[in-house]
Ligand binder design. Structure first.
Ligand SMILES: [Zn+2]
Length: 264
């Protein structure tokens, strides 16, 4: 099967295991059935996911001009504590910023090699956790906007990392710490201003990925640099395709690249 794919992040559905799909034009293609097959990829250029320009991707699938101008790339995306829509203050487009920032957000703990703290829009649960390759996750706070969730995250970064170690995640290394106990511990030092948003629900979401064996060594594939890659797909975790020999392809990170795929 041959496809021309303008890369953007894979969609996922929580299942046993997670089911992944990728868009090729208007067609949504299941990726799990590619496991066990050889894939050939050829780089075929760039297309900015926002303006369609063939200029090289600057970051997050968009060209440099779009990265610094479109509201979807505002700095408050990465740093939720910078949100100001709740004060009626515009960053790039107040209407857009209100629609995203003034919506319920979840502060969560997720487990991979470490317990990490993170923030996501409520509608992105559990997709965000799956994108990160978390083995388990638990919601801690539900806030009415992104700013408050970001403020809580900044505080909690004193106690938990906010980064996923992607190499360790792909190697299947996981901490022995328990999420329920860490959430209880967190409550003991949570400032009073966040207590109204505490979620008593102790439900832990457990996520299993279509990975037969975790690789011991990891090597990243950069299709724009390499131009061509060929390998046997052995699994999918987070936003990574895992190939025989521990070569890994981060689909989301290569958003905006056009790639010709052949699955044989
Ligand atoms: Zn652009």
């Amino acid at each position: 099967m041959k496809y021309t794919i303008l890369l953007q992040k894979m969609n996922n559905v929580l299942g046993e295991p997670v089911r992944y799909t990728i868009m090729a034009g208007d067609e949504e293609i299941p990726v799990n059935p590619w496991i066990g097959k050889r894939i050939r990829m050829d780089f075929a250029g760039y297309e900015c996911l926002s303006c369609g320009s063939p200029l090289p991707v600057f970051a997050q699938g968009v060209c440099k001009k779009c990265f610094f101008t479109i509201p979807e790339m505002g700095p408050w995306i990465i740093h939720p504590e910078l949100c100001q829509a709740h004060l009626d203050i515009e960053d790039r487009n107040l209407e857009y910023e209100k629609s995203v920032q003034l919506a319920p957000h979840i502060v969560y703990l997720a487990k991979t090699s470490h317990i990490k703290v993170g923030v996501t829009r409520k509608t992105q649960v559990p997709f965000r956790w799956i994108d990160q390759g978390a083995d388990e996750a638990i919601a801690v706070l539900e806030t009415p906007n992104r700013y408050l969730a970001g403020k809580a995250e900044v505080f909690l970064k004193q106690y938990f990392t906010d980064k996923t170690s992607w190499q360790q995640m792909l190697k299947g290394i996981r901490t022995k710490k328990e999420l329920a106990a860490e959430k209880e511990r967190l409550r003991t030092f949570l400032p009073g201003e966040f207590i109204p948003y505490w979620l008593a629900d102790e439900k832990i979401t457990r996520i299993s990925y279509p990975v037969s064996a975790h690789p011991a060594k990891i090597k990243s594939i950069n299709i724009a640099k390499q131009q061509h890659f060929e390998g046997l797909l052995t699994g999918i975790k987070g936003q990574y395709l895992i190939f025989e020999g521990g070569q890994v392809f981060n689909v989301r990170n290569q958003s905006g690249s056009i790639v010709e795929w052949e699955v044989v």
